[in-house]
Each structure stands twice: as C-alpha cells, then as structure tokens.
Design a protein around this ligand. Sequence first.
Ligand code: DGL
Length: 263
Amino acid sequence: MIGIFDSGVGGLAVLQAIRKRASKADIVYFGDTANAPYGPKSKSEIADLIGMTLRYLHAAGCTQIVSACNSASVSVHAVPIDLLRLHVFDVIEMVEPTVAALAPRKKKIAVLGTEATIRSGIYQDAFQKGGTQIVPIAVPALAGLIESGASQGEIKAAVREAVESALKNSAEIISLSCTHYPFVADVFAECLKDQRSTIELFDPADAVAQEVIKRFSIEGTGKLQFLISKESSVFSSYVAELFGGTDYSIEVAPPVYHVLKTV
Ligand code: DGL
C-alpha cells in the first residue's frame, strides 16, 4: 500500500498526478491538518511530526511512502523512531525528482519554498552538486494562507513579492517547491503577466508521480483513504473538488497513542 503525506492539502496535487497514471493503486493520504503549516517549524519538530505520520501510515498498512512535502525532505531520512531503523519503508520525496528534472535544463532556477525548506539548504546542496545555479526564495506565509483558505488578495500579495524577487535575480524558471503552491498557479501567472514576464513555472508533481510508477506497486483495487489529524473544511472541499466522483473516505485519525499500540 502506498502512503502519501503532507502538512495538509499540498500533497493532494501530487496524489492526483499519481492517480492519473495509476488509477488502480491503493493509497492512504495523511494530512497533518492539526499541525499545518510546517514551514515555520524547526527541523526536529518536523522530524517528530513525520515520525507520528509514519506511525499512522504504517498502522494503515503502508510501506511505500511518498513524502509530498518539501519541508519534510530534510527530516524524512532522519526520523528518530524505531520504525525507520527497521527499514520497513521505501520513501520517495520531492527534492530528488525535482533536481533530476530541472538540472539537465541548464537554466537559472528560482526555487520557491517554505522557510523550513529554504533554511535547510537541501535544494541549494542538491543543485550545486550538478553545477546548477539557483536562487532560493523563502515565501513564509503562502502555504499557511492556502491551507486556511485565505482570500485571493492576501495570496496575491505573498506571491507578488516572491515573483518580483525571482525576476530581479534573472531566474529563467520558477520551481514551485512547496506542494501547496501549484494550487495558486493562476495567481503566479497573473503576477508574472503584471510584470510582463513569460518565465516558466515548474510543478514537480509529474516528476514525482513518474518516480512512483517506476518504483512502487501500483496494481490494486484503487482504494483511496484520507486521514487527517484535525477536522478541516478546507481539506474536505479540496478533496471533493479533486476526487469527487470516485470512491473515497475521510477520517480524523485517532490520537497517536492508540496507533502506537497497533505498531
Ligand atoms: N506542502 C508542504 C511543502 O511542500 C508544506 C507547507 C507547510 O506546511 O508549510 O513544503
């Protein structure tokens, strides 16, 4: 079983890209709605939350994991829990597929992400290895605004600043390196139009989905289950919009100590 996780709605677009290619895959999606956004949190706080998430996903029968959360990438291999020491999980995260897709293009890339992602230096290090020049730009409030269903005006203000910074630094591609951002790709496009720019927006979801198809088992019954750590009407409406018409269930996950007993 494939388990996908994010702090909230962001990873749903990655899930959608996977399901487009693998409609028979059995998938459990965990959205940590009680603790979103992850961006302002420290590396060790995020590692603890991923530990909890992996316990939920393990209890739900998942051993193949997609970390659909850039902010988690630096912490995902350092989760201090027994489960990981047992190596029961196979993990695909966001950074490797993004770098593999963009580095060969030899362009100047603005990597937009949360404070946690940019502070970690994970994209800077990965691109530098291949000699690709990047402009790392933290966009502090944006994921939280999207997660809470903020107004277009608030979202546009956050996006405009990031876009202006990318253009000022002569970037040729903007990588949307927070899985929440593609949900406001239209706002990015609007801000670029305001600046008379035709710079390309890159959404890594497809590159990650391709990796999943290559490495994970995708033949099942097409089961789709959502677990969230706190009731969220924004989460439910994103799910209805993206997956309406298919069979799925959404449940609030039980407190983690119940799950621990079953692991
Ligand atoms: N969607 C996540 C990411 O890709 C997390 C955003 C957040 O919770 O701050 O980084």
